[in-house]
Design a protein around this ligand. Structure first.
Ligand SMILES: [Zn+2]
Ligand SMILES: [Zn+2]
Ligand SMILES: [Zn+2]
Length: 277
């Protein structure tokens, strides 16, 4: 834990001005004395920290409680407060995230800057499919949240700079990466719970994709738009199943390799199916 002197810095968690802020070695943000520990500022990298070195006390308990808890539990010494389902901060982060995803949705209608011409020519088609894309993204994040809440954990969406940058770059590049942020989870959780929360996101996209695909055969649906929705949903599922870094796939792979492999294969098959049929 390094201390850096920087007058007038604000704690990233509570906003209090601190003369001697502490830099978190995991997420790189600055905090006051009360929030300097990863568990006290809902550090997004906390799950990794705990995986690398489980505290010695928990190791002792594993042998006794092996039949109950197979893996050593991950304890976040999180201060419980009166909690609401969401917060102003989360809504603010979600709106910015959704706006970035919406922009990527609009950019699907043409290479380079051609999509801007498409919006002018047929704004309703352009905005409705971009909205569908945004709904797919929000369902993914809310599935994580609902799942975390189900396990009694604190969960809020937060943008992250790498994700936002990749998403904004996607507006202009042919490869579309939509991951402006992550659902930050805190509370007492084991490997299985973390894996299940991560799995809720891509699973929602697989189910949505399948439903859109079925709906595209219905005579009342504009099949092209709905089929595009199916394609986008499965793309988001597949992208998030990448088993590295900040993606959900990393946590799912870590929890259960079979679940990861099955969902990855299903997504890949559906993607190929939607692209070529
Ligand atoms: Zn603070
Ligand atoms: Zn941190
Ligand atoms: Zn996710």
């Amino acid at each position: 834990m390094s201390i850096e002197v920087d007058r007038g810095l604000k704690c990233h968690y509570c906003g209090r001005e601190v003369i001697l802020p502490f830099k978190c070695p995991f997420c790189g943000q600055y905090f006051c004395e009360d929030h300097r520990l990863p568990e006290n500022h809902n550090c997004p990298e906390l799950w990794r920290v705990r995986t690398r070195s489980p505290p010695p006390v928990e190791r002792e308990h594993v042998s006794v409680a092996r039949r109950v808890v197979k893996e050593s539990p991950i304890i976040y010494s999180f201060k419980t407060r009166r909690e609401r389902w969401t917060s102003i901060t989360e809504i603010y982060h979600l709106i910015i995230g959704a706006a970035a995803v919406m922009a990527v949705g609009l950019s699907l209608r043409g290479q380079g800057f051609n999509w801007m011409k498409f919006i002018i020519r047929s704004p309703i088609v352009a905005f409705s499919s971009a909205l569908l894309f945004t709904i797919i993204f929000i369902s993914h994040e809310l599935a994580h949240k609902a799942s975390a809440k189900h396990f009694g954990l604190w969960a809020e969406f937060r943008l992250n700079i790498i994700g936002v940058s990749l998403t904004i770059l996607s507006i202009f590049s042919p490869l579309k990466i939509v991951a402006p942020g992550t659902m930050v989870v805190a509370g007492v959780a084991d490997k299985k719970v973390i894996g299940k929360i991560a799995f809720a996101g891509p699973l929602t996209n697989i189910v949505l994709a399948f439903l859109f695909y079925l709906a595209s055969f219905h005579p009342l649906c504009s099949s092209r738009e709905i089929a595009l929705g199916a394609l986008l949903s499965i793309w988001i599922a597949l992208l998030n199943l990448i088993p590295i870094g900040m993606f959900d796939g990393a946590k799912i792979f870590w929890w259960n390799k079979m679940v990861w492999a099955a969902s990855f294969c299903i997504s890949l098959i559906l993607l190929v199916l939607f692209l070529f049929l």
